[in-house]
Design a protein around this ligand. Structure first.
Ligand code: MN
Ligand code: MN
Length: 464
């Protein structure tokens, strides 16, 4: 089957749009490196476009009508945005769901120690990473420190030109004979990821003077005592901004494409939605996908269902359990998550006909999972046919793919968790190279086709 080369389809006007959209995305990616930062961005974007806080609507007992725009911020780590459609919610919504957590290294709760003149933060990695990729590169510290009285300090150190950065050291090659003969998974061990955070002793301190210096600076710069780190969430991420990749600037090299390259266009598809859509459209930006969608902010929690219940309750007609069930069952969803791009350097793990190729447009994965489709949401052929209709009518370049060769490995997304309501769900996202590496690669045209796909789906998907 022929797959279109997205770049070749563009006239000058659309090409300019592709590049401009990518610029906006790059700025977002550079600024938003944690789930919390993505929610802050999303809320301000939604408010700027006239969305009201659903919590305010509920508190004030206001009624929502077709064309109204609302968002809901759950624990500062999940964001949902809705545009109320003409049809009743019982006929379902058109949902775009992406995740905003990315693989990284977290700081432990009792992190700070000193060893031979160097101060370290002890860490625990989050999500699937190749640990050896995270040593000897500049790193930044993002997150929050919450004090006992509930006051908080937002942390983002390592991004501004004048900021210091942090680093995990690696063993010098001269003494690495043993390390180099180890399996890649053991060359750098999780417990050895100790972040260098200081090296200058405090003059008057007698013991642990370097640690004392770091504590003094934590107090001065962040108003935090050592004990306050017990109630901190500090995430270690690659320092610096996303960059254009290649002479032709056709790609973006950046941290966290998985899954912010789907989260950004999903949110934009809803916040850019003009007028009143036929069906209510919804964007979900969720946390904790990289560790199995567990916890109060993961997709496996009831936060989404609860929010839809509030939404129904705020609309004319009011709440009933049956309306909620019908709404969820009749919804249609794109689980917007990245796909593994075919990498010619590692061609052996892919089956080329059914692999996502960079530059060939947005990618649909009918199923994910591992082995015999284990753990997968396998979308219905009827739904895939509806998707083809919408994409072809809107002139979206798309391709279909599997993660890799049948027995090469596997993975999952939030698709099966939403499918438990009985709604039709399919994975639809953007192909990336070096997925889960500190810097991942994606093509600007695929991002653009993704945005076009999400917009078309939000507008055109129907109950069938
Ligand atoms: Mn993902
Ligand atoms: Mn992932």
């Amino acid at each position: 089957m022929v797959r279109q080369d997205a770049w070749k389809q563009y006239d000058d006007t659309e090409l300019a749009e592709v590049m401009k959209f990518a610029e906006g995305y790059s700025a977002f990616l550079s600024a938003c490196k944690t789930e919390r930062e993505c929610v802050v961005f999303g809320v301000s974007e939604a408010r700027r476009k006239g969305f009201a806080d659903l919590a305010d609507i509920v508190r004030e007992g206001r009624t929502l009508r077709a064309g109204d725009r609302v968002y809901y911020n759950w624990m500062g780590k999940d964001l949902m945005a809705f545009v109320i459609g003409e049809k009743p919610l019982s006929e379902g919504m058109n949902i775009l769901g992406a995740h905003i957590d990315s693989p990284r290294v977290d700081v432990k709760q009792n992190p700070l120690y000193e060893d031979e003149g160097i101060a370290y933060f002890d860490t625990h990695y989050y999500g699937g990473i190749k640990k050896y990729q995270w040593v000897a590169i500049p790193l930044a510290l993002h997150g929050v420190i919450v004090r006992k009285d509930g006051t908080r300090e937002t942390v983002a150190i390592g991004e501004k030109e004048e900021d210091p950065v942090f680093c995990f050291s690696d063993l010098l090659i001269h003494l690495a004979q043993d390390q180099m003969s180890k399996k890649a998974s053991e060359a750098v061990e999780g417990e050895a990821l100790n972040l260098i955070v200081g090296g200058r002793p405090l003059k008057d301190a007698e013991k642990e003077a370097v640690k004392a210096q770091v504590l003094k600076l934590l107090k001065e710069q962040l108003g935090a005592e050592e004990e306050d780190l017990l109630s901190a969430e500090l995430e270690i991420v690659p320092a610096g901004r996303a960059r254009d990749l290649g002479f032709d600037r056709s790609m973006i090299l950046g941290y966290g494409h998985d899954d912010r390259i789907c989260a950004y266009p999903s949110l934009r598809a809803v916040t850019d939605c003009e007028g009143t859509p036929a069906y209510t459209v919804c964007a979900i930006l969720t946390d904790k996908e990289e560790i199995g969608s567990v916890g109060a902010t993961g997709m496996a929690s009831n936060f989404f269902e609860n929010t839809v219940a509030e939404l129904i309750s705020a609309c004319e007609g009011g709440y009933s359990d049956l309306t909620l069930r019908r709404c969820l069952r009749n919804s249609r969803m794109l689980s917007s998550d990245v796909s593994a791009g075919f990498d010619p350097n590692f061609a052996g793990v892919f089956e080329k006909k059914n692999a996502a190729i960079l530059g060939k447009g947005v990618c649909f994965n009918k199923f994910t999972g591992r082995g015999g489709k284990g753990g997968s949401n396998d979308a219905n052929a009827e739904f895939m046919a509806e998707i083809r209709r919408i994409m072809d009518d809107a002139g979206v370049d798309f391709q279909t793919a599997e993660l890799g060769k049948v027995d090469a490995g596997g993975g999952g997304t939030i698709a099966y968790m939403c499918a438990k309501y009985g709604m039709n769900v399919i994975d639809a996202g953007i192909a990336v190279l070096s997925m889960h590496a500190p810097y991942e690669i994606a093509a600007k045209c695929d991002l653009w086709e993704g945005y076009k796909c999400y917009r078309a789906f939000a507008r055109e998907a129907k109950a069938f």
